[in-house]
Ligand binder design. Structure first.
Ligand code: NAI
Ligand code: MG
Length: 345
């Protein structure tokens, strides 16, 4: 039957790339009904909240969501907090899944096909911070929460994905656990032990496990990114490692992500609202269009998902690219090319 998809374009280029993915999905006649939902910084300025209750209620009634990008100020604005962090929490989207794959564009290294799985609910991003005055100046403290339950839940997803990739794509099947338990032996130690406990499950013995301290993880990601399959990390390490990974495959304009819960998925590009290029038709729509492909795959429409990726590859080979990839095409031209070719494939 028809699935209900909530669209949250939010701010900046989010509003420019959202129509692009809808255009491609509509061209493919995906059995979706779309609902526009309000969120973001502009929404905050208009309504006093970045994530209205009505949006959360409507989102819960959807089968899946597409999120554009939000403009979060780097200084504290009274009453504002990021809607993307809130919506992940409200819908219990406990995993952030990022495929990092080589592309035929300048700036991408060849042979990379990794999947980063980041814990999405705890670690330092519980945002429990305090500050106090002391005789020698201010002292700020942040709480870092790691639980066995959340660590095992994320590890299970990582190992399941490694199994699936091994059977579908004929891969070696490997999970790299990222931590820093040599220094943070209690918190990262618990994350590490929880992941290793999951790896012990008998059906997972065909999957290889390796561990990587987060600093050398970054080093190896830049030195030999081809060597990774599935990577699993606590929230903040995962955040940092996955933005770094975007750099070796052609940049932020290409990389999608999915926030996954047991019942629900919300796909969003890794990039932000890009205020420096907004309104100039320079935004690369490929990351957002790939979010549409991830949504289709999740909903069991693998064929359409593959057609989108093949059309994207053709756009790259044809050089129909936005300025971030050295091209001269506009946002709309790239989206039109992909929509047209995806249908023909
Ligand atoms: P950004 O990702 O918006 O931009 C970084 C650089 O990459 C800029 O030069 C931008 O022009 C370029 N870029 C990003 N996406 C592109 C695309 N699709 N096509 C072509 N070029 C692209 O990150 P920045 O500048 O750090 O943050 C800008 C705003 O976005 C801030 O308010 C930040 O809070 C927000 N942000 C939101 C995120 C989200 O919605 N999940 C994630 C990251 C940042
Ligand atoms: Mg980030």
């Amino acid at each position: 039957g028809t699935k209900k998809i909530g669209l949250l374009p939010a701010d900046g280029i989010g509003k420019e790339v959202m129509p692009c993915v809808v255009k491609v999905l509509e061209a493919l006649k995906a059995p979706f009904e779309y609902v526009n939902l309000d969120a973001g910084f502009e929404c905050f300025e208009r309504t006093g909240t970045a994530l209205p209750d009505a949006t959360v209620e409507a989102a819960k009634k959807c089968d899946g969501l597409l999120f554009g990008a939000v403009s979060s100020p780097s200084h504290k604005v009274e009453g504002y907090s990021s809607p993307i962090v809130a919506i992940r929490k409200k819908l219990d989207l406990y995993a952030n899944v990022r495929p990092v794959v080589s592309s035929p564009v300048p700036g991408s290294l060849p042979g990379i096909d990794a999947l980063i799985i980041r814990e999405n609910t705890e670690c330092l991003y519980v945002k429990d911070e305090t500050i106090e005055d002391t005789p020698t100046g201010k002292r700020a403290v942040a709480k870092r929460v790691i639980t066995e339950a959340a660590s095992k839940r994320i590890a299970k997803l990582a190992y399941q994905m490694a199994l699936k990739r091994a059977s579908l794509h004929n891969r070696q099947g490997k999970v790299t656990i990222v931590h820093k338990s040599n220094v943070l032996s209690v918190t990262d130690g618990l994350f590490r032990e929880s992941c290793l406990a999951v790896a012990e499950a008998s059906e997972l013995h065909s999957i290889k496990t390796e561990e990587q301290l987060v600093d050398s993880m970054v080093y190896r990601l830049f030195r030999d990114p081809q060597n990774f399959d599935v990577i699993v990390a606590p929230n903040m390490y995962g955040d940092i490692v996955s933005d770094g990974a975007a750099a070796v495959v052609g940049g932020l304009g290409l990389v999608p992500s999915a926030n996954v819960g047991d019942e629900f998925i919300m796909c969003e590009p890794v990039h932000g609202s890009a205020p420096d290029i907004v309104g100039q038709q320079k935004a690369n729509p490929i990351a957002m269009i790939r979010c549409g492909a991830m949504l289709l795959e999740h909903m069991g429409m693998g064929k359409e998902s593959v057609a989108i990726e093949e059309a994207i590859q053709e756009a790259m080979h044809a050089g129909t690219l936005t300025p971030d990839l050295g091209g001269t095409a506009t946002t709309t031209e790239v989206a039109d090319f992909i929509a047209k070719r995806a249908v023909e494939i």
